[in-house]
Design a protein around this ligand. Structure first.
Ligand code: SF4
Ligand code: SF4
Length: 376
C-alpha cells in the first residue's frame, strides 16, 4: 500500500491509494459546548435529502448524547475495540489506523451494522455518566455527572475509508472541494463502504440497492452557501468553510484560525486515520481521559484556550460570526469590538458586535410619578 502523510496523527500511514489532496477541502467546525440537541439540523437535513423510499431510517446528520448515545448502536465503541490500545506521544499516534489494522484479505478494518443497530437513533439521550446524591449541586468542572451532545455528519475525509474499500471505485472525492460522493450509476450495493467507514456515515438503500451518504450539500457549497445543517442550527454551533492544506495556514480564514492557529477545534477519533474534516471544540465539563480518547491529545490545551474566549477578541468574534450569515465566510477580522466576515472576493457579508449593547432603563418616571418596570 502507498505511504501517505496524515497530519492529524503526526506521521505517515498506509492507504489504498496515493495521496491526492483536492484543490480546496471543505471543512466544518462544531462547538459541542453550545449544542442543545434540538435536532433541528437532523430534521432540516432529512427534509432536504433523505425523504425518499429506502431512506426512511437514514440520518445523514444525527446528534447523539455521549457517552451512551450512538447511531448506529455502539459505532465508536466498536471502532475503539477494533483498533485496540493506541496512545499518543509528542503528538504522534502510536497505535494502528483502520487501514493498518486490516488483515491481508481486507482493505479496511470495519464492521457492518444490522438493521437493529440503525433503529434507535436517540438511544441514551440525556443519560448522564457518573453518580451523585439526589439534589446535589455540581459546581466543579469537569463535572462528576456529565453528558454532552455530539452532532455528526460525514467527515468528507481526506483519506476516506469508504472510498478505499469500494471494489467498484464508485466513490470519489471531488477535486474542487473535497466532498466525497457515491456515484449512484456505478454502485452495485456491495456495501464495503458501509463496513469500512469508521464513523458509519454511509447507509444502504434497500429500495435502490445502492449506498448513499451525506453529500456535503454540494449544490449550496458551489454557490458559496454554508450547508443546510449549519444554516438551520438553533444553537449557532457550526461553521462551514475551507481548510488550508497541511503546512499552510491563512490566519484570516475562520476554519484555519480555529483548527490550526488556536487549535481549539479537533478532529473526531483522529486515530481512525481517515483525516476527518469535521472539527470539534470539545466540551469543557466532561472528563479529560474520555475526551482525549475521542479527540486526541490536543484536548487539554484546546479546553484551556476555549475557556478564555470571553476575554479573547478573535475567538469571541468567531463565536459571534457562527450562524450570523448563510454564506461561507472566507476571511474574518475583529476591530473595535466588532467582528466582520467576508466572502471569497473580500466583500463584507456580515458584521456583529462582540457584545450586545445593554440599555438600562430608568425604573422610575419622575414626570409621571410611576414605576416603569413590573414590580407586581
Ligand atoms: S466519514 Fe465515512 S463516509 Fe464520510 S468520507 Fe469518511 S469514511 Fe467516507
Ligand atoms: S441544530 Fe445545532 S444546536 Fe440543535 S441539535 Fe443541531 S447542532 Fe445542536
Amino acid at each position: 500500500m502507498p505511504d501517505v502523510f496524515n497530519w492529524q496523527i503526526g506521521r505517515n500511514m498506509a492507504y489504498e491509494y496515493e495521496a491526492n489532496r483536492p484543490q480546496r477541502q471543505v471543512a466544518w467546525v462544531f462547538d459541542t459546548n453550545k449544542c442543545i440537541a434540538c435536532q433541528t439540523c437532523t430534521i432540516s437535513c432529512k427534509q432536504t435529502w433523505t425523504w425518499g423510499q429506502g431512506q426512511e431510517y437514514m440520518l445523514w446528520n444525527n446528534v447523539e448524547t455521549k457517552p451512551y448515545g450512538f447511531f448506529p448502536t455502539g459505532w465508536d465503541v466498536r471502532l475503539l475495540q477494533m483498533l485496540g490500545p493506541g496512545g499518543w506521544k509528542d503528538g504522534i499516534y502510536q497505535g494502528k489506523t483502520v487501514f493498518e489494522s486490516a488483515t491481508s484479505d481486507e482493505r479496511v478494518k470495519g464492521w457492518q451494522p444490522e438493521s437493529e443497530h440503525w433503529a434507535y437513533p436517540n438511544v441514551g439521550e440525556d443519560e448522564p455518566a457518573g453518580a451523585t446524591d439526589r439534589g446535589t449541586y455540581v459546581p466543579s468542572i469537569p463535572h462528576d455527572v456529565w453528558f454532552f451532545y455530539l452532532a455528526r455528519i460525514c467527515n468528507h475525509c481526506t483519506y476516506p475509508a469508504c472510498l478505499a474499500a469500494c471494489p467498484r471505485q464508485a466513490i470519489y472525492k471531488r477535486p474542487e472541494d473535497g466532498i466525497v460522493l457515491v456515484d449512484q450509476a456505478r454502485c452495485r450495493g456491495y456495501q464495503e463502504c458501509v463496513t469500512a467507514c469508521p464513523y458509519k456515515k454511509v447507509m444502504f438503500n434497500n429500495v435502490s440497492g445502492t449506498s448513499e451518504k451525506c453529500i456535503g450539500c454540494y449544490p449550496k457549497i458551489e454557490q458559496g452557501e454554508q450547508t443546510q445543517c449549519v444554516t438551520s442550527c438553533i444553537g449557532r454551533i457550526r461553521f462551514a468553510g475551507f481548510i488550508s492544506a497541511p503546512g499552510k495556514v491563512d490566519e484570516k480564514n475562520p476554519i484555519d484560525y480555529l483548527v490550526k492557529v488556536r487549535k481549539v477545534a479537533l478532529p473526531l477519533y483522529p486515530q481512525s486515520g481517515t483525516e476527518p474534516n469535521v472539527y470539534y471544540i470539545p466540551p469543557i465539563h466532561a472528563p479529560l481521559p474520555f475526551l482525549r480518547q475521542m479527540f486526541g491529545d490536543g484536548v487539554d490545551a484546546a479546553i484551556e484556550t476555549y475557556k478564555k474566549t470571553k476575554d479573547d477578541p478573535s475567538l469571541l468574534g468567531l463565536q459571534m460570526l457562527m450562524g450570523a450569515t448563510p454564506k461561507i465566510i472566507h476571511q474574518f477580522k475583529v476591530e473595535k469590538e466588532t467582528a466582520y466576515g467576508y466572502d471569497a472576493d473580500g466583500k463584507e457579508l456580515v458584521n456583529v458586535p462582540l457584545r450586545e449593547p445593554t440599555f438600562i432603563r430608568k425604573y422610575f418616571d419622575d414626570a409621571n410619578n410611576v414605576y416603569l418596570h413590573n414590580i407586581t
